[in-house]
Design a protein around this ligand. Sequence first.
Ligand code: OGA
Ligand code: NM2
Ligand code: ZN
Ligand code: ZN
Length: 444
Amino acid sequence: MNTFARLVPPVLQRSSGACRALQFAGRSLLTPPLAPLLVRGQQTLGSASLPVRSGFTGPSVRKARALKGERQVEVQWGNGGHSLYPYTWLRDNCQCSACMLQSAVSRRLLLVDLDVNTGVKSVEVTNNNQLSIVWPDQHLSVFDSEWLKKHCFSDEARKARRDKMFFNERYLWGSTLNIPTMGFQEVLQDDEAALSWLLALRRVGMVHLKGTPTERGQLAKLGDRIGFLRMTHYGLTFQVQDKPMANNLAYTAGRLSAHTDLPVLQYTPGIQLLHCIIQAAEGGVSEMVDGFHAAEVLRQEDGEAFRILSSLLVDFNDVGTDYCDFFMHNKKHTIELDNEGQVIRVHLNNATRDSVLDLPLHQVQPFYSALRTFTDILNRPENVLTYTMEPGDVVTFDNSRLLHGRRSYVSSSSGLRHLEGAYLDWDETLSRIRMLRKAVQARQ
Ligand code: OGA
Ligand code: NM2
Ligand code: ZN
Ligand code: ZN
C-alpha cells in the first residue's frame, strides 16, 4: 500500500480498491450521483565555537545575508528559492540551552529579556550547513537548515503547515454516505488502522466500529487508545436507557430530533462515542446529519436566517443530579463561525434549549423562523443518513459538526435498549493523529 492509501481515508481516494482498513460497500464516494462533495482549510565567525556535527542533513543553504533595512535574514536555498526570517523572531527562537529548555522543547527566554528591535552583528552559513548569527550583545544563535525550512514564513509554507497540523479539510455529505466502517479490535491493535479511523472521523465526521464486545467498559479502551475520555456531569461514561424520573430526555424511549450533545457546556465535547449493547425490539433507529453541509445549504438559500443563527446567542440550561448535582448554563451560537466566516461548530439541542431567551423582543420571531428553516434543512430526506445500530457496534462521531437523532422505541421484554456513551475532545484526538502519523511514516 502506498503512503497516500495508508494515510487518506478511502472515501477520498479515487479507487475503492484494496485498502483493508475501511470498507465502503465497494463504492467510491467521488463517483456521482453520490453525496454532495464540498471539500472545503556578514561577517564570518569561526566554526570552532559552534556545536560540531558530523555531516549534515536537510536542505542545503547556499547563502545567507542580513537585510539591514527590513531587519530580516535572507536564506538562499541550494535548490533555488529563498526564505526571509525577521531578526526579532530569530532572536526569540534561539535554540541554545540558555534560551531553550531542550527537554521540553520550550522557550526559556523571557519576553522581558527580548529586544524586540534587535539588530544583528554578523550572519554566516557554517560549513556544516547551519545559519549562525551573532547578536549585538555577543550572544550566538545557530539554526539547522531543516528547522529553518520548517519555519518558513511564505504563504505556501504557512498553509501547508496549517493543513498538516489541523486536518481541517472536510468531506461534506448527505443521506447516501457510505459510512466508514472498521473493526473495534483492529483500531485498538494496529496503528495504521487507528490512524485511518481518526483521519476519517475528522474528515467525514463519523466512523462505525464493528465487533465490539457487548458489555460495558469498551469505550474506556477507545479513550485509552487516544489518551483519555472527557468527563462531564453525566460521568466518564453514561448509560443511555429508558430510566424512571429521567434527568435527561435522552434517558427516555422518546424520539430525539437531530441534536448535538451538551451545548450547555462552554467546552462542548468534540467527539461522541455510542456503543450499542442491547437494541430495541421496535424503533430506536439512528439518524445523522452533517451540520456543516446543512449550514452551507442555509447560507446559500436563506442568508438572513444564516446571519441570525450565526450571530444570536441561544441559552442552554441543564439542572439535576447524575454524576454529581449540577446547574449548568451556557450561551451558544447555533452556527459558530471563525474569523473568516467558515462554519467551525454547530450547537443545537431542542431539549436543553432554555426557555430564557436573552433577546430583544423584536428578534424573537425572526429567531424562531430561522431556527425552523435550519431544522427543516436538517430534516430533508437528502440530508438525513439513517442506520440501525446492532449490538457490538460503536458509532464514533464529531459532536461539533454532526447532529444525531434517534426514533422512539419499544424495548424487548428480555432487556431494555442500552447504549453506553462517552465523550472525547479534539485536542487529544488531533494529538493522537499527529503521533500516529509520525509513527506510521517512520515505519515506511
Ligand atoms: C444521546 C443520544 C442516541 C440513541 O444519548 O444523547 O443521542 O440512539 N442517544 O439513543
Ligand atoms: N447525555 C446523553 O445535551 C444533552 O443533554 C444530550 C447527554 C445525557 C449525556 C444528552
Ligand atoms: Zn540563545
Ligand atoms: Zn445525543
